[in-house]
Design a protein around this ligand. Sequence first.
Ligand code: TUI
Length: 302
Amino acid sequence: MKANICELLGIEYPLIQGGMAWVATAELAAGVSNGGGLGLIAAGNAPADYVKEQIKKARELTDKPFGVNVMLLSPFAEDVIKMLLEEKVDVITTGAGNPAKYIPAFKEIGTKVIPVIPSVAIALKVQKSGADAVVAEGCEAGGHIGELTTMTLIPMISDAVEIPVIAAGGIADSRGVKAAFALGAQGVQVGTRFICSDECTVHQNYKDMVVAAKDRDAVVTGRFTGHPVRTLKNKATRMMDKIEKEGDVAAFEKLGAGALRAAVVDGDTQMGSVMAGQSAGLVKDIKPCAQIIQELFEGVTY
Ligand code: TUI
């Protein structure tokens, strides 16, 4: 028997929010935590001071546990980790790398560490390093993705590790939650669905584009750079496809610089990077986090 996610994290529903850079602010984290899941603040590429302010704000908005997602490719990742050790947050999740070297220090202060991982090999590595659970993220997810689908990744990782497995990628309604449990997961991570919540502070244009998205609108660019990213199709992704054919990495990176901020803050949904998962095609409305969570778990036994 694997450990129970709700007991491990002190939450009501076995759900954690995706750590979406720029999107996952204190307001969204508090909204999800107040709704009974585990909300997360995304550190993304932000400096430690910004993340510290967000933690302070989230502590004012909720008295429930919440966490911070650390993007390990960030130039500020080391600073952010140092700050998190001082702030003693309840939980950290990590993305885009292996957090093994930081795990002992977090264990010492009781912070739970849950790496987001895309393969069995990395799941085994982080388990050995003392991770409390893993988020196994299929390539249906938004943002930076691995190769395997949620349908295949979850049962393979469930068989391979002793720690609890949280399924991510493509889950946006109660059918997805039920499927995740059927595949062997102990919990779910949901990102895209929460973009379209009342508490999410992204520009209205971003929310509207997710609501309008159809089945094939969440596309992958940048496979040739080794860092494929899933976003909603727009003018920028069409330009990126052209640049990819020409193999011009420098031009590709120039187009991507600052593009997530442009979409989230300025509402530039044509030249910005509108990161979202394939489940955008399932998202039809904008509502409070608590209601989204209740609907995700309607008729689910876990
Ligand atoms: O990290 C994510 N999603 C992200 S990060 C991000 S910001 C970014 N943008 C462009 C390029 C790179 C980052 C936007 N979305 N999801 C979790 C995730 N982690 N997916 C894949 C991985 C991963 C990859 C390699 C985890 C561990 C890993 O380990 C390699 C190693 O060091 O063994």
